[in-house]
Design a protein around this ligand. Structure first.
Ligand SMILES: N[C@@H](CCC(=O)NCCCC(=O)O)C(=O)O
Length: 276
């Protein structure tokens, strides 16, 4: 059987890493990623690559394969250890293997200008990785709404639009959609931004004031972190498609620079830069 020729380097799709979640399926541990995130990377015009947990020394090699990173959502929570708190509700799932990969990965990606699109848990990981903290239960905070999905509902109900977000001036979403624009979004999270990490730009706010999107103000590369789920039925949502295309274009540009040897990929010092 003749395999198709590999395309020329300049024609190859950008490679986007999707760090895996890690959980037992029956008696066996698995590294997994949601299909809708894989499809979102394809809709962005990129090639998805699910990445299992990787030790710190291998992280530069992993990132050297990439032209972008998509941090997906997950039912698991970022371990409160990472923002100096004890676990409040031990019944909620955790994924320390994922934390061990994504937190240093976020810092390295931002330091080297690798495009980063973070969704739900991904927004939370990015905030914590760069020095921020999370509410472990937003709904238990005075004056805050319940941002969790309605319990026990089928996906088409759980991922239905639940509230609006207002786009804030001066960021990537304002450039795409206009400052002050209100966008209806879904909402499936119990954790949420408590203190925003230094150097982050608020891109959108929920009616109760919760940060629903941010970017990294002085990052040399594309960053966009969303608390909601644009990957859900993305093809039917012009706002989601505009953001995915924006991310895909950034990955394409990063790939082009890499092909010309212009990105700081070979500088190991960049890989381990700590957040500002
Ligand atoms: N567990 C965290 C993050 C919530 C989250 O990512 N929800 C989506 C889960 C399913 C999916 O991947 O769509 C929290 O509760 O805040």
């Amino acid at each position: 059987m003749k395999l198709p020729e590999a395309s020329a380097p300049t024609e190859r799709k950008p490679v986007v890493l999707i760090p895996s979640c890690n959980r037992m399926v029956g008696e066996h541990p698995f590294h997994i990623a949601g299909q809708k995130y894989v499809q979102a990377v394809r809709l962005a015009g990129c090639l998805p690559l699910i990445a299992p947990p990787t030790d710190a020394h291998s992280l530069p090699e992993l990132l050297a394969l990439a032209d972008g990173v998509l941090l997906s959502g997950s039912p698991s929570n970022v371990h409160p250890d990472h923002f100096g708190e004890a676990v409040l509700d031990p019944t909620l799932p955790l994924d320390p293997e994922r934390d061990a990969l994504t937190l240093p990965l976020v810092r390295a990606a931002v330091a080297m200008g690798l495009p980063l699109l973070a969704i739900c848990r991904g927004l939370q990981e990015t905030n914590v990785a760069l020095g921020g903290s999370l509410h472990q239960a937003v709904q238990e905070q005075e004056g805050m709404a319940d941002h969790r999905a309605p319990p026990g509902q089928p996906p088409q109900v759980a991922y239905a639009e639940q509230h609006e977000v207002e786009i804030q001036a001066g960021g990537r979403l304002a450039a795409l959609f206009g400052a002050g624009q209100r966008v209806a979004v879904n909402s499936l999270h119990g954790q949420g931004v408590k203190t925003l990490a230094p150097g982050l730009h608020i891109e959108a706010l929920a009616p109760d004031g919760l940060v629903e999107a941010f970017s990294v103000r002085n990052a040399s590369g594309y960053t966009l972190c969303l608390q909601w789920h644009p990957e859900w039925l993305a093809e039917q949502n012009p706002v989601s498609m505009a953001m995915l295309r924006d991310f895909g274009a950034a990955c394409q540009a990063y790939r082009a620079r890499r092909a010309l040897g212009l990105s700081p990929l070979s500088n190991p010092k960049v890989m381990h830069a700590q957040p500002q």
